[in-house]
Design a binder for this molecule. Sequence first.
Ligand code: ATP
Ligand code: MG
Ligand code: MG
Ligand code: MG
Length: 478
Amino acid sequence: RPIRAHEIRSRFLKYFADRDHAVVPSSSLVPANDPTLLFTNAGMVQFKDTFLGRDPRPYKRAVSVQRCLRAGGKHNDLDNVGFTERHHTLFEMLGNFSFGDYFKQDAIRWGWEFLTEELGIPADRLVVSVFSGEGESAPADDEAYELWTAHVPKDRIYRFPAKENFWAMGATGPCGPCSEIHIFHGDKAPPDAGVAGRGPAYEDTRYTELWNLVFMQYEKFDDGRLVPLPKPSIDTGAGLERLASVLEGVGSNYRTSLLTPLVDLAKRLAGAPAHDLGAGEAPFRVIADHARATAFLIADGVFPDRGDRPYVLRRIMRRAIRFGEKVGLEDLFFHEVCKKVVEEFGEAYPNLVERAATIDEVVRGEEESFRRTLKRGLRLFEGAVSELPAGETAFPLAVAAELYDTYGLPIDLTGILSREKGLTLDEEAVKQEVQARQSAGSAAANLGGGDKAIDNLYFRFKEKFAGAASFTGYSELS
Ligand code: ATP
Ligand code: MG
Ligand code: MG
Ligand code: MG
């Protein structure tokens, strides 16, 4: 019997619990006490201070299934969503952690054995990578290389530079080499596919990265010096959806039992044919992905609005609604998909169920207000396109800024619309234009569309989840 996706979580937790790891629940998508980080984007986020020795815990090993969001800040996969088989905004990261306890040998052995023995992934489909010693003053990770030779033939151990295989918490602080496990799903055996040193695992879509094992063994100082840590630590992360894609043999995260119910619902609502539409699946994948992010974010107390975190959510929602509009979803539909998220993920994430009514109300409110202005915004967009002088290939910046200010059309959406018309849009320049208007004190002060209905909703709910959505780190427009 094949292992189903929802089962992988408990298998993973049990596997590491059996190896003396404390099972730690997922933390919120809104990082606690960390103004430098927009959203939780990895399993290690809730352990950051533990790695630094500032937040001692009653355990030295931990295991978690962490909800993560990569839609803003350093990791931003938003533009990939719907167009690669492996990226989401919201996803679940499986991770095992050692705080100065076990190190490379156990991390490598358990990572390998979990995949090949516990999950039964064929070993001859897997390739691994180690740090080559290039791009960072640390030496090549020969230790990891040697340890991998116990499991993997040498021609399937690739060496990559720092860009891919060296991890750092920040400009200073804990850092170290990493090893990644990738799966090859092409026709031939993996060594054939790779030309030594070319780095096939990173550029070749026949490979999918499954698991990143980070060996935290140095501390980096201001002057760039790397000093070995007295107690090296382990931080790992594997994407649940990617493992599900492998185990279910479907070749795409979006065709797994995790995402399919959402994609199928979006298609049904739009009256689209049930069979695989190839590239035509993208809008439905975007809707499915964004509904997940939306439901999870609202459940964690983030509401669509102006401001850093709230505006990331608003962008995600408006992006989904606009993709819906494009495939003929003219009536409110997004709350239906979000409701399905609660049904599908409520067991693993009970806070979705607790906040189901809020999710429904907030999503309806945002969709109603956005649809009111979207129609007028699109008319303005079409008008501007038809008035372009012959041969013009760029969409006018001023109109894009106006669409953002007055119609609440996120700039990346105007970018998508422009590209659909074969036009370019310099999104950075639009941001600057908007900022210039704001500082000039023009009507543009009304960021993000600023809808009264949403404001009211927001304030009502903010009382319920006081504090959760505020963010004071840095300002991000788009
Ligand atoms: P990729 O190179 O595929 O973008 P990454 O190197 O950015 O992945 P890591 O930061 O190493 O990813 O995160 C650890 C693991 O989390 C990855 O090996 C992958 O399984 C999973 N993962 C990362 N980003 C995403 C995403 N956007 N959607 C789904 N899973 C992801
Ligand atoms: Mg990435
Ligand atoms: Mg990668
Ligand atoms: Mg990686």
